[in-house]
Design a protein around this ligand. Sequence first.
Ligand SMILES: NC(=O)c1ccc[n+]([C@@H]2O[C@H](COP(=O)([O-])OP(=O)(O)OC[C@H]3O[C@@H](n4cnc5c(N)ncnc54)[C@H](OP(=O)(O)O)[C@@H]3O)[C@@H](O)[C@H]2O)c1
Length: 286
Amino acid sequence: MAPSYSVKDLVPLTGSDAKIPRIGYGVYKSTDCKAAVLAALSAGYRHIDTAQFYKNEVDVGEAIKIAGIPRKELYIVTKIQHPVENSVEKTLENIRESVRKIDSGEGDRKGYVDLFLVHTPASGREGREILWKALELLKEEGATVDIGVSNYGIEHLFQMDSYTSIKPVCNQIEVHPFCQQKEVIDLCKSKGIVITAYAPIARNRRSDNPVLVAIGQKHGRHPTQVMIKWSLQKGYIPLPKSDDPRRMKANMDMDGWELTEEEISEIEQLDEGQDGAICPYPLNCP
Ligand SMILES: NC(=O)c1ccc[n+]([C@@H]2O[C@H](COP(=O)([O-])OP(=O)(O)OC[C@H]3O[C@@H](n4cnc5c(N)ncnc54)[C@H](OP(=O)(O)O)[C@@H]3O)[C@@H](O)[C@H]2O)c1
């Protein structure tokens, strides 16, 4: 039987004292992000995934302030896409501003995020190095607990060995049954890098797949729930997004049922590699 993971689990991160919640709530294209984050927190999510690109870091910050949940019980992730004017110092100032938007601190407590990611490898070798140096400095200042990457392919990860003092704890990539990313995930596993899985339900575009429908029927579940369960049982950290509080809850309703080994094997057959990806595929960019 594949390991069973609860959505309440906290996953240890290599080289860090921090742990990341086993499921996250994504806010890309959230229509009313502040309300959505408040609803997600009341549905039980404690891990929120935003980015500078989503233009809703302020909304996330306001929601976590209003919710009143102790800061240490929350796990907040954001991302930067490109360096500012090819300068480490200017890039550092830019990412400090992200942290201020999300958590300006309280009393003696300095504001921080839990994880800051390089959103994409698309800035090229030199740009990636500038971004990483700025993130390392942000971590040294205590404004982010950990740092990581997103959309990094095998070459980008190997290159990091030559310019990093601090290793990435996470690679956030598109992973769902139609885009399973086996090679890059194997490399991440060997380096102790956790996988956070974006677009984990393939944006609900493949929910009519007969294999997922049949497995869902056996468990009395929607195909999107089967996709999230598969992600969890593979040991990933899925980040489903929904604006709808009922769907937010359904996407968290993962405990107390399991996919069998046979069902997992059937899902493994759905992989379409790069052709199954929904997002523009940056893992191979130079
Ligand atoms: N690092 C990156 O480059 C990157 C790229 C893409 C995404 N992400 C992150 O990953 C998160 C999730 O990815 P995503 O938003 O692209 O895709 P996703 O989570 O796979 O799918 C979201 C879509 O599925 C619908 N949906 C959600 N739950 C459902 C359910 N139970 N039944 C039917 N439909 C459902 C949502 O509609 P409703 O809202 O109407 O429910 C929405 O249209 C993002 O929000 C973002 O945080 C990161």
